[in-house]
Ligand binder design. Structure first.
Ligand SMILES: Nc1ncnc2c1ncn2[C@@H]1O[C@H](COP(=O)(O)OP(=O)(O)OP(=O)(O)O)[C@@H](O)[C@H]1O
Ligand SMILES: [Mg+2]
Length: 279
């Protein structure tokens, strides 16, 4: 762990100020990003607020992962602005950034040759040398429990199944205990139970005052758990708002180039989205 800790020198570090309820923890305005000579995002405006789960949805290639990377200050804007807590993304030292936001990348193919517990503990590296280092053990234990991964702490990460790895990777992100949590398709490899578990954890973190941004392909999950949804289409925002407003049959059918039906759940009234299939 010594090498990892040394990446985050503690001297001169500014610990994050307490987050206000509803505070915007990351936002983009008129964001444009070009990759490989193409406009991958243009004119994108989003805001991640403390206390809210924001879902990013849209077809493959729409720009969801690119937007998440911009919100994480991992990818620079070509046009427009990205701000974290009101401060320009390129103005954040890496060590302070790691105390503000934690990122779960899409399909974490990393094959750490370490025991699961060490992988989760890596999430605590940014806090080394700060007073919050005292929370390391509790944060790791809570993250293992929240993701139902405590049973494999001593197993090598590389010997886990795809879904188990995804949950351990999420545990590492949760253990980081940052007020801004950015998750790229955290449920893609998960079974039904663990998809629900992960979205419940997102809700709990939001209820505790964090801002959660989660990329999802399952529109039913987004409808059930997100406060707001941003639909991306060809690098632009096609719709934004509460799921019940945004999940419109015409809009989704156009964006996904697939006719869909939007129905209320017969018992709960929650929005359900289905591809239209012949009877
Ligand atoms: N490094 C790169 N160079 C060139 N093009 C890129 C690069 N990274 C991404 N792109 C392109 O940018 C577009 C948006 O990619 P992005 O990964 O953000 O999509 P996404 O919405 O996350 O899709 P998916 O649902 O498949 O994960 C895609 O067309 C992709 O091919
Ligand atoms: Mg993606």
């Amino acid at each position: 762990m010594g090498v990892i800790k040394s990446l985050f020198p503690s001297r001169g570090r500014v610990l994050p100020a307490p987050v206000e309820p509803g505070e915007v923890l990351a936002e983009t305005e008129d964001l444009g990003i070009r990759l490989g000579g193409r406009d991958v995002l243009s004119g994108v405006r989003v805001a991640a607020r403390a206390g809210e789960v924001l879902a990013l949805v849209g077809p493959n290639g729409a720009g969801k992962s690119t937007l998440l990377a911009a919100l994480a200050a991992d990818l620079a804007a070509d046009t427009g602005t990205v701000r974290l807590r009101g401060r320009p993304a390129d103005d954040w030292p890496a060590a302070e950034l790691a105390l503000h936001r934690a990122v779960l990348p899409q399909s974490a193919q990393l094959s750490f040759p370490f025991p699961v517990e060490d992988v989760v503990r890596m999430g605590r590296a940014p806090w080394a040398g700060t007073p919050l280092e005292d929370e390391d053990d509790a944060a790791v234990a809570a993250a293992l429990e929240a993701t139902e991964t405590a049973a494999f702490t001593s197993r090598p990460f590389s010997a886990l199944s795809g879904g188990e790895r995804a949950r351990v990777s999420l545990a590492r992100v949760l253990a980081q205990r940052t007020p801004l949590i950015l998750l790229d398709e955290p449920t893609a490899a998960l079974d039904l139970r663990h998809q629900e578990l992960v979205l419940r954890v997102c809700r709990e973190r939001a209820a505790a005052g964090d801002a959660v941004v989660v990329v999802l392909h399952d529109l039913g999950l987004a409808a059930a758990y997100a406060d707001r949804v941003t639909v991306l289409h060809d690098g632009a925002v096609a719709a934004e708002g509460p799921p019940a407003e945004v999940f419109d049959e015409q809009l989704l059918s156009r964006v996904y180039r697939q006719p869909v039906e939007v129905l209320p759940h017969p018992r709960t009234g929650a929005v359900l989205v289905f591809p239209k299939r012949p009877a």
